[in-house]
Design a binder for this molecule. Structure first.
Ligand SMILES: [Zn+2]
Length: 95
């Protein structure tokens, strides 16, 4: 049996965009070098991301930052869920 999950919808209070992004800092990006070209213009495999701490969640379009009632940036997913439930009108869709 598959577990039913409900997708929430983000809607930016500033510009109505439905695109949300998370901004992370202190990320280590490592890329394996596929070809060590003599001219120094190396070819890379797809990079891997490691570490990283969420600094904030924001609107992809206008950079509106999600904040709690104390004005602090939201930094975890549970807070984002609460925020979206409170601030965005939901037409619940089961996925
Ligand atoms: Zn926006």
């Amino acid at each position: 049996m598959s577990k039913k999950r409900t997708a929430l919808k983000f809607k930016c209070p500033n510009c109505d965009s439905e695109q949300l992004e998370s901004i992370e800092t202190n990320v280590v990006l490592s890329s394996e070098i596929a070809t060590l070209n003599e001219d120094g213009d190396f070819d890379y495999e797809s990079p891997l991301m490691d570490g990283g701490e969420i600094d904030r969640f924001q609107c992809f379009k206008c950079s509106y930052v999600l904040r709690d009632s104390d004005g602090k940036n939201l930094t975890n997913n549970e807070e984002v869920v609460e925020w979206v439930k409170k601030n965005c009108k939901q037409n619940l869709i089961e996925t």
